[in-house]
Design a protein around this ligand. Structure first.
Ligand SMILES: [Zn+2]
Length: 400
């Protein structure tokens, strides 16, 4: 995801499962011991100071963990991001014989630092050797530097297209995300001032604290570009399991990759396949459904998506592909007939979209919005997200 598509991501379904067999609450001293032991041996004094400050902010801010970790298969874990004012992506964690591979790195270094701590406490003390960036968006890459600080030997893997996009756009996108902050803080202050509810005031204060922590966290941003790139496919072999990092075509961006583990039948999909409405501003609406179909040919039983919950089977994936396909066809037809975006937003309603009605897909998305975005009971209706998608598709129709 990217931008402000908070309420266009994903929710709960019968397939969700939330067992947390590894949930433990170690003391702060244990946390520091694990983090400051081996993991930080190669860091400079400044980096350590930075790391401690980031840790303190992360710990203070959340009051608890930022991620819920669940086991997907032997040696494979899914770290589901809890709602934050500035969204974090999920991570997929693959534990090999000697080291760990993590897919995606959130919106801020302190979130990555927090997850590194959780991985070492709850999953494995083995070093993280590779971080894979599924695509260039800020909420999947801005935490990269925390891994560089925490680990002695580390590579970042992405498609060549993603490396190019990061190098061209990462700084501008960071700036755009920071520019949202003052306006959102103002809105929250106004909302708190008007509210008679102590809970709502506390919610607003919490959101403001998170926004300000984001600002502080990203003040000295270090761009970490991918160090290993490829065009179509890159394989990490390990005696525990192999990881096939594959580009299947344009979709959510020009560079999306999936991480497929054939032995365990698991695939991590970034934002190409997840449980919110798609974010299409950087996307390729005409070819995205075909790319999803191509990924669907892989032999997996579980999807670890970039946002919202783990998906069992192919249903949500197909729903998402069908939605993009149906909406794109309607927008294309309307654009050809000379209709404007506003005309189309009035004409293409949630009720008129078969893809949102089938398999309860529209309701699934709204449930996810309630569950995975900070909302305090106030969310725009699904139509708002569909309208945004109509505008994005209208602009990007000719991209192939
Ligand atoms: Zn994205």
């Amino acid at each position: 995801m990217d931008g402000q598509e908070h309420f266009r991501h994903h929710s709960s379904s019968p397939s969700d499962h939330h067992a947390h067999p590894h949930e433990v609450h170690p003391s702060r001293r244990d946390f520091l011991r694990v983090l400051m032991g081996g993991a930080l041996a190669g860091a400079s004094i400044l980096e350590l100071a930075y790391h401690r400050a980031a840790w303190a902010r992360a710990a203070l801010d959340s009051g608890s963990k930022l991620f819920d970790i669940e086991k997907a298969a032997e040696g494979i874990y899914f770290a589901q991001a809890r709602p934050q004012a500035m969204i974090n992506c999920n991570a997929a964690i693959f534990v090999g014989a000697k080291d760990v591979v993590v897919v995606d790195a959130h919106s801020k270094p302190s979130a990555a630092t927090s997850l590194i701590g959780q991985i070492k406490r709850e999953i494995s003390e083995k070093p993280v050797r590779y971080v894979i960036n599924t695509h260039f968006h800020w909420d999947h890459t801005q935490g990269n530097h925390a891994y560089r600080v925490a680990e002695q030997k580390l590579d970042f893997i992405a498609s060549s297209a993603t490396r190019q996009l990061m190098s061209d756009l990462a700084v501008a996108r960071l700036k755009a995300s920071l520019e949202q902050v003052p306006k959102r803080v103002e809105e929250l202050r106004a909302r708190a001032a008007k509210s008679a509810s102590a809970e709502e005031k506390a919610f607003c204060a919490g959101q403001i604290r998170q926004l300000e922590a984001y600002q502080a966290d990203l003040k000295d941003y270090t761009l970490e570009l991918p160090t290993i790139t490829f065009e179509k496919s890159y394989v990490l072999q390990d005696s525990a399991h192999d990881l096939h990092i594959e580009f299947h075509g344009h979709a959510h961006t020009a560079g999306d990759v999936v991480v497929f583990c054939p032995q365990k039948r698991v695939v991590a999909t970034g934002d190409m396949i997840h449980g919110f409405l798609p974010f299409i501003a950087d996307g390729y609406p005409r070819v995205w459904p075909g790319t999803v179909q191509s990924v669907g040919q892989l032999e997996f039983t579980q999807i670890l998506p970039g946002h919202a919950s783990l998906q069992n089977g192919h249903t949500v994936m197909s729903n998402m592909g069908n939605y993009i396909e149906e909406l794109t066809a309607k927008v294309e037809e309307g654009k050809k007939a000379g209709l404007t975006v506003v005309n189309l937003q009035k004409r293409i309603t949630v009720a008129s979209l078969k893809s949102l009605q089938s398999n309860g897909y529209g309701e699934y998305i709204q449930r996810n919005n309630y569950r995975f975005t900070p909302n305090f009971g106030k969310l725009p209706p699904l139509q708002t997200g569909v309208n945004t998608n109509i505008g994005e598709i209208y602009s990007n129709l000719d991209r192939v």
